[in-house]
Design a protein around this ligand. Structure first.
Ligand SMILES: Cc1ncc(COP(=O)(O)O)c(C=O)c1O
Length: 400
């Protein structure tokens, strides 16, 4: 594994002149400004779709913003991993011809019914016999189901561990594959190595486990879904290139000796959208090395709180260019809760002052979708940069 702890270059144009500066200095916003670069999402989707040797399902939970979904569709995304009936409704309304995969292993009965009968969903994930019985009952024992068994993995090295909550063990997954095969048109196997996983060999280990399940089940597999988890750079992490992950997946798949017609899927979220949004916050007070800003862990910056994600940042001075030496700051968000704290460090010029703005990058993944209205905060101004990272014009709207 070649993850270096260094100041990685992030795919956002943080140099000057930036179209964001022009917007900020013209509007002088006192609300957080969420800046979307649709062309970045389009380019990342196109890059991933071109590189991955199978179907790319975008994990909608990561960023369900309609403009983001549209930008991904322009980049070639036609399959969507949806996890709730509201995500099903949203994507079906935007893209009636898209294929939706209901990838939450525990679903409400009404959600299964509506997804199947009203939105044409045929792909359902499951990790237990009870969920299988539920899907069969709520679809009136449909014969055109495509059932995907979620395999549980042991805790790995991903930044966000997804083990424990979902997934059948090796033996149970094999049995579930066999029982699913009796009532489905096609069967598949999936797993998730955890989000922001910088270690390509995690996929190889998971695929070896998947191979053991398939051999024990003696079922002809129609679909192998290697999940999401593909990492992006942050100031303290430079992940290996996408090729390293695709190489590991290719090696793991080749050891599985799958039937020729078996389809390969993946479900990236973060890798497609992290770079397409940045957030501009305003400094409302400075106390030493601590800045009080107008967005925080109950808003767009949830992962900067307890999880301690670091984001690239830069200062936009209210009165011209920042001139001070760079030094680390920590941030407090606007709510009254002490937990609304972001350790960072956020490295900024030391003359940052009340009234200045800070642009925080890489906020497109698990950013605004995790925001709440706690304490009466949560309102942001949304701006779309027409030409993405190099954009020079903007249109905006407020959103609660
Ligand atoms: C089932 C499933 N697929 C895909 C994803 C997307 O993961 P990531 O954003 O790490 O690529 C998640 C994230 O939680 C998930 O739970």
């Amino acid at each position: 594994m070649t993850v270096s702890r260094c100041h990685a270059r992030v795919p956002i144009a943080f140099g000057r002149p930036s179209p964001v500066d022009a917007v900020v200095l013209a509007r002088r916003p006192e609300l957080p400004l969420l800046c979307l670069r649709p062309a970045v999402a389009t380019a990342e989707a196109a890059r991933f779709v071109a590189a991955f040797p199978g179907e790319v399902l975008y994990a909608v939970k990561c960023n369900p913003d309609e403009a983001v979904l549209r930008a991904l569709a322009v980049g070639g995304i036609t399959h969507f991993d949806v996890a709730s009936i509201n995500e099903v409704r949203l994507v079906h309304r935007l893209f009636p011809a898209a294929r939706l995969h209901f990838m939450h292993p525990v679903k409400a009965r009404s959600a299964i019914r509506e997804a199947y009968f009203d939105h044409g969903v045929r792909d359902f994930v499951l990790d237990g016999e009870a969920e299988l019985a539920k899907i069969v009952a709520e679809t009136a024992a449909a014969r055109d189901l495509r059932l995907i068994v979620r395999l549980g993995l042991a805790k790995g090295g991903a930044r966000l561990d997804l083990s424990g909550k979902f997934g059948a063990g090796v033996e149970a997954a094999g049995e579930l594959l066999r029982s699913s095969a009796k009532c489905a048109a096609t069967v598949g196997l999936t797993f998730h190595v955890g989000s922001q996983c910088c270690d390509p060999s995690a996929w190889e280990r998971a695929l070896d486990q998947a191979g053991a399940v398939v051999r024990a089940a003696a079922v002809g597999l129609d679909v192998l879904d290697v999940g999401g988890g593909f990492p992006v750079p942050y100031p303290d992490v430079r992940p290996p290139p996408l090729d390293a992950f695709l190489g590991a997946i290719a090696r793991g798949v080749s050891r599985m000796d799958l039937p020729g017609g078996c389809a390969l899927w993946c479900e990236p979220g973060r890798a497609l959208v992290a770079g397409c949004q940045s957030l501009v916050v305003q400094v409302q007070a400075r106390r030493g090395d601590t800045l009080y800003v107008n967005d925080g862990v109950y808003g767009t910056l949830s992962d900067a709180g307890v999880l301690g994600f670091r984001y690239p940042c830069r200062l936009i001075k209210a009165t011209g260019q920042g001139v001070g030496r760079m030094r680390p700051f920590d941030l407090y968000g606007p709510t009254c809760d002490t937990l609304d704290h972001m350790q960072g460090p956020f490295v900024l010029p030391d003359d940052v002052a009340e009234g200045d703005w800070i642009e925080i990058g890489q906020i497109g993944a698990y950013g605004s979708c995790l925001g709440t209205g706690f304490n009466g905060f949560g309102e942001v101004i949304r701006v779309e940069l027409a030409k993405a990272a190099g954009g020079n014009s903007a249109s905006g709207r407020k959103a609660a």
